[in-house]
Design a protein around this ligand. Structure first.
Ligand code: NDP
Ligand code: 8X3
Length: 250
């Protein structure tokens, strides 16, 4: 039977690229995000390659998460692979200048959203003693950099939850892995800089940044290892990057 993957943040960047490579390889898809038109477009294009269903909800809204996941049609209720990818940075300021709404957004989406989705999906994995959870962390979950404060805290939390899930789900035979990218050229910086396209572009100029497909390839590799193999933690940089703050730009 073909596996079914549930991907949060499938409307853009890493999540979208993951949906594309999964579709090409016959993985059935449950694609999630807030932007309904993008989900519909993906359903049309990827639906030519595999079975696709979509769910529109905000991961930070607990009731919406629970309602959306319980509304899945019977033939999509078994989820074999969960990709906890939805998330963003909001703002880049010192702690003293930080915007509290941005802090709420990052903690609500990146941490609590990941928890709400996981909590709704894990029980059917533990019942079957089978499943794979891939958490998308960040280099910001391994290091703290100037002005990154709350985004780094949210991704440190993802790093901790990834380890916690692996420990707690160990007796249920469930695989849990985290992938921590450095700079990936997606809509991430547009969101961080609130639509300032020029500022966002500057993040990725002067070197070759990772592309969403690079991370999607790695996710696909991780989830297609034999079941006894769990690649538990991966940090992935562009070649030009040596740490969160060392980037060889020309
Ligand atoms: P994008 O901005 O391109 O994609 C973010 C995705 O998350 C979108 O599909 C968006 O969908 C979804 N999303 C954001 N907020 C919510 C929400 N409240 N509810 C539901 N979905 C939401 O960025 P990336 O692809 O780069 O980011 C994906 C993940 O990778 C994030 O967790 C990010 O922190 C992480 N990451 C990114 C790096 C980078 O340099 N780009 C590096 C390291 C990690 P929609 O708006 O439709 O809801
Ligand atoms: C995204 C990468 O370096 O902007 O998580 O935090 S970084």
């Amino acid at each position: 039977m073909k596996p079914t993957a549930f991907i949060t943040g499938a409307t853009s960047g890493i999540g979208k690229a993951t949906a594309e490579i999964f579709a090409k390889n016959n993985i059935r898809l449950i694609l999630c995000g807030r932007r309904i038109e993008r989900l519909q477009e993906l359903k049309t294009t990827l639906g030519k390659l595999t079975e696709v269903t979509t769910l529109t909800f905000d991961v930070a809204n607990r009731k919406a998460v629970e309602n959306a996941i319980s509304s899945l049609p019977e033939n999509f209720k078994q989820i074999d692979i969960l990709i906890n990818n939805a998330g963003n940075a909001h703002g880049l300021s010192t702690i003293q200048d930080g915007n509290i709404d941005d802090w709420d957004a990052m903690l609500d989406i990146n941490v609590k959203g990941l928890l709400y989705v996981s909590k709704a999906i894990i029980p059917q994995m533990t019942n079957r003693n089978n499943g794979f959870i891939v958490n998308i962390g960040s280099i910001a979950g391994k290091e703290v950099y100037p002005n990154g404060n709350v985004y780094c805290a949210s991704k440190h939390a993802v790093n901790a939850l990834n380890k916690a899930m692996r420990i707690d789900l160990n007796k249920h035979n469930i695989r849990v892995a985290a992938i921590h990218p450095g700079a990936v050229e997606t809509e991430f910086s547009e969101v961080r800089f609130k639509g300032d396209i020029q500022k966002a572009k500057n993040v990725y100029t002067g070197y070759k940044a990772l592309q969403a497909d690079d991370i999607a390839d790695i996710i696909y590799f991780v989830v297609t290892r034999p079941y006894h193999v769990n690649i538990e933690d991966l940090v992935v940089y562009p070649t030009a990057q040596a740490s969160a703050t060392i980037l060889n730009k020309n």
